[in-house]
Design a protein around this ligand. Structure first.
Ligand SMILES: Nc1ncnc2c1ncn2[C@@H]1O[C@H](COP(=O)(O)OP(=O)(O)OP(=O)(O)O)[C@@H](O)[C@H]1O
Ligand SMILES: [Mg+2]
Length: 465
């Protein structure tokens, strides 16, 4: 049996004011919030979305865009002016009062920005409060609450009173209460917004962990895009009452539906959102270990690159650099396996770019990307990484920037620079390209289009600015 969606919002409208129905009619015909101001305040306009079981669905938008109003319609706190809400296939708007109460008790719980704890109850009894309302016996509800308090990191504060807790701890009790209630769906309205940044980050990570462990469905409201991107399996962006985009964090980041969303995503911490797989290029320089040292040298010479990935039965073994190969050739050695640099561990396709950045600063060669089976599926040269992090559009610029591998000694850098700068001054038309020093030629462009030599230059300049 397939489960119905956890939540379905169908053409939801909420207009506060004198003539809500008239406002809805005009909004359906394309009027904006401002157009219908005479008839009422259009908080939510034609919002439709589906939240699947186990998903974290984020609703994001500026203050006043209608987020809280949507949330209140999801659990029946506010009746919509038009449209319908289904929770696990059951209508919230058309059911009886009893049915609605049932849905709220069994299926949906809420966590707010300033979670109100009952001041005269201990942390444990506060966490168990929802179960008390559900009529669960004292021992059982305390046992369940104790277990959840442990999960949110408050195991040792069960007997404390709310006024003995910090704001972050109180918020955790609120979360614990919602989790203890055992409902499948959690609605969280700016639940972490009042917390200071470090605690907030910690709570975000904890929520993801709890989500993995407990598999609840979460609708999370925030006006912070970084938070939205970090938490959301999908994100709905609201503006002036309407949902203007609904997609995965990557879709929203790489393909914003309009200028409004694009402006939002400008400030996103892209490293936390993008994965290695979303920015990698095809691995251009590879050689089988059986081709030996000379095989590796040939690939480097043909492609004009300073390193190659060595593979065996499609699995990634490590990388070799031009210097290691040349030394081996001089010493008369032929076995490639002996000089493969295995410390250049690969990243997994699903790893966030933060992990790639760490690897990329440690070494000059492109970071190899592997799948579950350890097969080499892509490569991320440093320029591609910088492009992805800076979201640099593919533009062509005048001046080449030479990115020298970090392992080259300073004397060689100076010599190389002297060598390339002289012809540049003499004849601007024959400037060297960056092809030999960073970007893997022939690679598939990264998703945002910034790859290859000209883009690579623009990227480094962009990143330096
Ligand atoms: N009860 C009400 N009566 C009249 N107007 C309301 C009412 N509730 C909300 N509104 C209006 O509806 C719009 C959306 O409000 P809502 O609280 O849903 O926004 P929000 O996105 O949650 O904002 P915030 O980020 O500030 O919490 C606002 O313009 C608000 O003034
Ligand atoms: Mg709100």
């Amino acid at each position: 049996m397939t489960l119905p969606p956890a939540i379905e919002a169908k053409g939801l409208f909420k207009v506060f004011g004198r003539n809500p129905k008239d406002a809805v009619r005009r909004l359906r015909a394309g009027a904006t919030r401002a157009d219908v101001a005479d008839a009422g305040s259009a908080a939510v306009i034609d919002a439709s979305f589906t939240v699947q079981p186990g998903e974290i669905f984020v609703i994001m938008g500026l203050s006043g865009s209608g987020k809280s109003t949507v949330l209140r319609m999801l659990n029946g706190l506010l009746p919509p002016t038009a449209g319908d809400v289904l929770v696990q296939g059951q209508s919230v708007t058309k059911g009886s009062a009893t049915a609605l109460r049932g849905i709220r008790q069994r299926s949906v719980s809420m966590v707010f920005q300033h979670f109100a704890l009952l001041p005269h109850l201990t942390v444990l009894d506060n966490a168990a409060y929802a179960l008390e309302i559900q009529g669960v016996g004292r021992e059982e509800r305390r046992e369940r609450a104790r277990e959840i308090l442990g999960k949110v990191g408050l195991g040792d504060r069960a007997d404390a009173m709310p006024d003995e807790l910090s704001g972050g701890m109180r918020q955790r009790v609120g979360l614990a209460r919602a989790l203890t209630s055992g409902t499948d769906i959690l609605l969280m309205d700016e639940a972490f917004s009042a917390l200071d940044p470090l605690i907030r980050r910690e709570m975000q990570e904890q929520l993801i962990e709890l989500q993995r462990e407990l598999g609840r469905t979460i609708v999370f409201i925030t006006h912070d895009l970084n938070e939205a991107m970090f938490l959301g399996d999908r994100i709905a962006v609201m503006r002036d009452g309407r949902i203007v985009q609904n997609g995965t964090p990557e879709e929203i980041l790489t393909d914003p539906a309009n200028d409004y969303v694009a402006q939002f995503v400008q400030d996103v911490d892209r490293a936390r959102v993008l994965t290695a797989g979303s920015v990698m290029a095809a691995p251009a320089a590879t050689t089988p270990v059986s081709a030996g040292v000379r095989g590796a040298l040939r690939v480097m010479r043909d492609l004009q690159v300073g390193s190659v990935s060595v593979i065996e039965n499609r699995r990634f073994l490590g990388t070799v650099t031009d210097r290691a190969v040349i030394r081996a050739v001089k010493d008369g050695r032929t076995d490639l396996r002996a000089i493969v640099h295995t410390a250049h561990a690969a990243v997994h396709v699903d790893d966030p770019l933060t992990d790639v950045v760490e690897r990329a600063v440690e070494r000059p060669v492109p970071v190899a990307v592997v799948d579950d089976a350890g097969r080499l599926v892509g490569a991320i040269p440093r320029v591609t990484l910088l492009a992805a992090l800076g979201n640099v559009p593919p533009v062509t610029r005048e001046n080449p920037v030479i990115d020298l591998p970090a392992t080259v000694p300073a004397s060689e850098i100076i010599q190389t620079l002297a060598a390339v700068e002289q012809p540049m001054a003499a004849s601007p038309a024959s400037r060297p390209t960056a092809a030999t020093v960073g970007a893997a030629p022939g690679g598939r462009p990264a998703k945002n289009g910034a790859s290859g030599t000209t883009d690579a230059r623009a990227t480094i300049e962009g990143a330096a600015r």
